[in-house]
Design a protein around this ligand. Structure first.
Ligand SMILES: *Cc1c(COP(=O)(O)O)cnc(C)c1O
Length: 242
């Protein structure tokens, strides 16, 4: 089978499962973001050129994204979903002109930098990363610190003209993603969304949660976007693990 056909079939298969899962749980629709980290630019181009005309792709590493974005069509909408180091913000903001969203940011200083470097460029959608599993190695605002979440959202809304607050994202613990039943990480993210919408008047708050191993549960628990790598592109090399 050609690589193009394989990728298209994988994407169609997951889209079908997503549609069925939405039906099953009474959800309207869920976005599937294709996560292409470690995969060649040619894979992205095949999906872009296919009957699916995919335009949205997620990447985790600034250097890799810069290279791919320079090689690939300029109307691709790039989502940066990796953890963003302060010293990489400038490169991301200025070299990836068609940057569509940043999904894993958690501090006002990085937001401020990103905002400044996007002057005269298209606005970037922001998903705040929330650390729902309280794992020390994970970034994100700790889920129990709702006031800081609110403060950070207000900072984006009031002081970052080039950014658009869009929602919340979590990665969650690997163990939970492998077990069945209600996922506590997803529940915690959903609870913050409800709190923001119902008591703070911040709405809509979109959710980005769920990956190849746990997206059905994420859909049941109310996500708007799932981020799928392995199920579309196949296994990645082991080094990175996520
Ligand atoms: C790699 C990655 C994904 C995709 O993971 P799969 O399990 O391959 O679907 C989603 N979100 C983030 C933040 C990632 O780093």
């Amino acid at each position: 089978m050609s690589r193009a056909l394989e990728l298209v079939q994988n994407y169609k298969k997951i889209s079908e499962t997503v549609a069925q899962t939405c039906l099953k749980y009474g959800k309207t629709s869920v976005n599937v973001l294709a996560v292409s980290k470690y995969k060649p630019a040619s894979d992205i181009k095949l999906l872009y050129d296919s009957e699916l005309h995919l335009h949205h792709f997620g990447e985790n590493y600034v250097q890799e994204l810069v290279e791919k974005s320079q090689e690939l069509p300029k109307d691709i909408k790039w989502h940066f979903i990796g953890s963003l180091q302060g010293n990489k913000v400038k490169e991301l903001a200025t070299k990836v002109e068609n940057l569509y969203s940043v999904e894993a940011i958690d501090s006002q200083s990085k937001l401020k930098k990103l905002n400044n470097y996007r002057n005269n460029l298209d606005k970037v959608r922001i998903y705040l990363q929330i650390n729902t599993s309280e794992e020390a190695q994970k970034s994100g605002i700790i889920y129990s610190n709702k006031e800081l979440v609110l403060e950070t959202i207000n900072f984006i809304k009031n002081e970052c003209d080039n950014l658009i607050f869009t929602g919340l994202m979590t990665i969650g613990s690997i163990e939970l993603s492998k077990s069945s039943g209600e996922n506590i990480d997803f529940k915690r993210l959903e609870e913050i969304k409800q709190w923001l919408e119902d008591t703070q008047g911040i709405k809509p708050v979109e959710l980005s949660m769920g990956m190849s191993s746990d997206y059905e549960e994420a859909i049941r628990q109310g996500t708007n976007t799932i981020r799928i790598g392995t199920n579309i592109f196949g296994a990645r090399r082991l080094k990175d693990g996520n």
